[in-house]
Design a protein around this ligand. Structure first.
Ligand code: ADP
Length: 365
């Protein structure tokens, strides 16, 4: 990490370089603001700048560089001010300097140990920032590896599964009557397990396919269209359950229509699946705006969710019921959560067991 120095008075620059050399710090001297700007992209530990070098144009150019830095970066500037009373000009400059974000003022003549301790503190802070950057990069790599793994695993496992499905189908067709009761029963178990595994893998594949660039490539869509697609896909289930569905005003949001349709579909199909036998199923969909987000709500009067499970149900393959009563893979809500988080929103549920659940998800407005 280099310490960049911009001090038009050669005496200052030499004094600073000498003070820092005794600390074994690499320094580079910039003759003017333009040269300093050119040095910044090569990597900066911190920059020490004499205030007389900071013309309004130089401050503007530095601020533009700071603004363009990635979120982990907060490059430290140490500004050497002149001694004496504050003037209008010095006040003006101090206000302009705010745009640099991370800056410290040191009054001249500064003692060498004042400069050394300020530089040491600045470099420590900068070191932390670089550490955060490498951790972030490692996390992004690990995430991409995991996504690739989930995708390949779910994709490649389908192939042998298809063979299991085909051959057990052939067995049951060509060996009817040749297998005894236990044999036929075992075969039926194999077939239903293969079907279930196929459903699990399909859902895992959809989960891994919710791409990480969803937000950047999204366009404005009216939520009405995706909602109607979801209602159409669930037509049979809605008809069978005789659900009564009410829909409030739906806004336009910046999302891929297929993602929004999947959210509505997964949440409504759960409302249908986890309904109560004894009452008419009511599903209420609405949206309202608050604090820069659209908050969508899907409320039902179904069996509800015990408080202890209101967070765990969003996990991969997490289910609260055995397969017999309510079929499913435990991936529906995990997919919803992944979609919503890709757009910078969140999803949660409020529920009263035995009385119903209300799922909420937010999308930036
Ligand atoms: P699946 O429905 O396949 O089990 P989900 O991820 O969609 O998977 O849901 C996870 C669990 O959350 C379900 O097993 C169920 O117990 C609970 N759940 C989800 N939606 C509702 C709802 N509307 N009412 C009651 N329970 C629900």
């Amino acid at each position: 990490m280099r310490v960049l120095i911009l001090a038009p008075i050669g005496r200052d620059a030499r004094l600073l370089a000498g003070t820092l050399a005794s600390l074994n710090m690499e320094t580079a001297i910039a003759p003017d603001a333009k040269a300093l700007l050119a040095m910044l992209p090569e990597g900066i530990g911190c920059a020490i700048v004499a205030e007389e070098a900071l013309t309004p144009e130089a401050i503007q150019a530095l601020a533009a560089w700071v603004e363009a830095q990635p979120p982990w970066s907060d490059a430290p500037f140490i500004i050497l001010t002149s001694s004496g009373r504050p003037t209008r000009e010095s006040h003006h400059r101090a206000v302009g300097l705010q745009a640099l974000g991370n800056f410290t003022l040191i009054e001249r003549p500064a003692r060498p140990d004042t400069i050394q301790s300020s530089v040491r503190t600045a470099l420590r802070a900068r070191m932390r920032q670089y550490e955060i950057r490498s951790r972030q990069e490692a996390l992004i790599r690990a995430n991409a590896d995991l996504e690739q793994f989930a995708h390949s695993a779910s994709h490649d496992l389908k192939e042998p599964l298809r063979s299991i499905g085909i051959y057990s189908e052939l067995l049951s067709r060509d060996y009817t009557g040749k297998l005894d009761r236990s044999g036929s029963e075992y075969l039926a178990f194999i077939q239903s397990a293969a079907k279930r595994m196929n459903a699990l893998l399909s859902d895992l594949l959809s989960y891994s396919q919710v791409s990480s660039d969803a937000e950047e490539t999204a366009e404005h869509v009216s939520a009405r269209g995706p909602l109607e697609d979801a209602l159409e896909n669930l037509g049979c289930a809605i008809g069978e359950s005789e659900a009564q569905i009410t829909v409030g005003e739906m806004p336009a949001v910046r999302m891929h229509a297929s993602h929004l349709a999947q959210l509505f579909q997964n949440l409504m199909s759960n409302a249908i699946k986890y309904r109560k036998e004894e009452v008419r199923l009511l599903i209420r969909l609405s949206a309202r705006k608050a604090e820069g987000y659209w908050i969508f709500s899907i409320a039902d009067n179904g069996i509800g969710i015990p408080p202890a499970h209101r967070e765990t149900i969003f996990g991969i393959f997490k289910r609260l019921h055995a397969n017999g009563k309510y079929p499913g893979t435990g991936m529906g809500l995990a997919i919803c959560q992944r979609i919503v988080e890709r757009y910078g929103g969140r999803i949660w549920v409020e529920s009263e067991p035995g009385r119903g659940s209300e799922f909420f998800f937010t999308i930036p407005a």
